[in-house]
Design a protein around this ligand. Structure first.
Ligand SMILES: NC(=O)c1ccc[n+]([C@@H]2O[C@H](COP(=O)([O-])OP(=O)(O)OC[C@H]3O[C@@H](n4cnc5c(N)ncnc54)[C@H](O)[C@@H]3O)[C@@H](O)[C@H]2O)c1
Ligand SMILES: N[C@H](CO)Cc1c[nH]c[nH+]1
Ligand SMILES: [Zn+2]
Length: 426
């Protein structure tokens, strides 16, 4: 990892840049996939699955036998761990349920806001380089709590044409209603437009690689999406109170997701930075996904900054998916964070706790989208509808305001809609 000491402000734009595939390459490739699935439905989906994922399927649907077999194949220890994680994620997301709003803004003028679930949601579960069954928990649990009646899941099949037993088991456990073997941009297209087998979703959720993320952004003209949740990234802020081995393990835990992941360290001294580098090298050599992680580290960076204020400013400028604060008085530092997907406080809060089991959601904005987007949460699966009712006395109170404003905008019909009613009340 490259160490940069006290960079000038003008260098920050380059230092906060993400490794991205050329949009001019990936954009047209994804657009062609979307067009094919839109035009030909299941035929294109199965053809693309054969060409890209290298497996010939008779149908994208998962059978009842496959689901039953999956439950037998998942070891009890994993089922117990999934149950604990599910409980924590359910508790954190159920606690996000609001009371709704029902109040009189003026006597006789009642305004109500009510959350209603999205009818049909599509969940993308990554499975290219690792089947992320934990993502099923992160998406299906809030969808169920929100009350979404139709929950469709797509995930890429392996070379034997199967989904991982852990994905199938977790999907069943969390109340997913339709499960399909489809990955990448073609799966996003199938959920966006619907095919003969796959129901059209009103909103598509889930993380994925650059093809999946680009596809979600392209279909967002037709179907809502959660947010761009692309290749994983982490930024660790560390001072002399940090443990270099812990910091290295957190950087590597995101680097191992994919070659286009990015792990950033903002350190308070060069000495700390060098200790972390030594730890990264030591731990990396022992990782099963060493090759993937080391490619991600090629475009990862260590920035050394003199003051905590500068470190905070840089973290906010980077707007990372995951932010770890391994610094003295971490909550005080966290108070000044204005852009991050999810924040991990102190030396004993590894980022992987949020990936799996603490209760927070791991589907989070990447590429700096944390400046304007939230991660997936209960609200993501709802729409808020407003209602209003005005009594005759209420209209007599507010009517003049509406008439004056409508007249000032030159909209006579708007004004009349009030005037006619007020006359009737005279
Ligand atoms: N931001 C988040 O919240 C979050 C959460 C979890 C995972 N992730 C990220 O999700 C990603 C998972 O990626 P993955 O690749 O393992 O699985 P994936 O399921 O996202 O992508 C696999 C699919 O990509 C498609 N694909 C691959 N190469 C292609 C090509 N050349 N042309 C067209 N399509 C192609 C294939 O259809 C394949 O099925 C990682 O980058 C990880 O960091 C992000
Ligand atoms: N870190 C990923 C989000 O960027 C989520 C994940 C799932 N499994 C392991 N990690
Ligand atoms: Zn992770």
């Amino acid at each position: 990892m490259q160490i940069i000491v006290n960079p000038e402000k003008r260098e920050w734009a380059a230092l906060t840049a993400r490794p991205q595939m050329e949009r001019s390459t990936i954009g047209p490739r994804v657009a062609a996939i979307l067009d094919a699935v839109r035009a030909e439905g299941d035929d294109a989906l199965l053809r693309l699955t054969r060409e890209i994922d290298g497996v010939k399927l008779p149908s994208p649907a998962v059978t009842a036998d496959e689901i039953e077999e999956a439950s037998r194949l998942v070891p009890q220890e994993l089922k117990t761990a999934i149950a604990t994680a599910k409980n924590n994620i359910e508790r954190f997301h159920a606690a996000q349920q609001g009371e709704g709003v029902d109040l009189e803004t003026m006597p006789g003028v009642r305004c109500v806001q009510k959350a209603v679930p999205i009818r049909s949601v599509g969940l993308y579960i990554p499975g290219g380089s690792a089947p992320l069954f934990s993502t099923v928990l992160m998406l299906a649990i809030p969808a169920r709590i929100a009350g979404c009646p139709q929950i469709t899941l797509c995930s890429p099949p392996d070379k034997q044409g199967k989904l991982s037993p852990a994905i199938l088991y977790t999907a069943q456990l969390c109340g997913v209603t339709h499960i399909f073997k489809a990955g990448g941009a073609q799966a996003v297209a199938a959920m966006a437009y619907g095919t003969q087998s796959i129901p059209k979703a009103d909103k598509i959720f889930g993380p994925g690689n650059q093809y999946v993320t680009e596809a979600k952004q392209q279909v967002s003209q037709f179907t809502a999406i959660d947010m761009p949740a692309g290749p994983s990234e982490v930024l660790v802020m560390a001072d002399e109170t940090a443990d270099p081995a812990f910091v290295a393990s957190d950087l590597l835990s995101q680097a191992e997701h994919g070659p286009d992941s990015q792990a950033m360290l903002v350190a308070s001294s060069r000495e700390l930075a060098e200790r972390v580098v030594r730890e990264v090298e030591r731990q990396l050599a022992e990782l099963p996904r060493e090759a993937i992680a080391s490619r991600a580290l090629d475009h990862s960076r260590i920035i050394v900054m003199d003051t905590p204020e500068e470190m905070v400013e840089f973290a906010n400028a980077y707007a990372t998916e995951h932010l770890i604060i391994s610094m003295d008085n971490p909550w005080e530092v966290a108070r000044r964070i204005t852009a991050a997907g999810s924040v991990f406080i102190g030396n004993y809060t590894p980022e992987s706790a949020g990936d799996y089991a603490s209760g927070t959601n791991h589907t989070l904005p990447t590429y700096g989208w944390a400046r304007s987007c939230s991660g997936v949460n209960l609200d993501s699966f709802m729409r808020k509808i407003t209602f209003q009712e005005i009594t005759p006395a209420g209209l007599q109170r507010i009517g003049g305001v509406i008439e004056t404003m409508a007249a000032a905008e030159g909209l006579g019909a708007h004004k009349n809609a009030v005037t006619l009613r007020l006359r009737k009340l005279e």
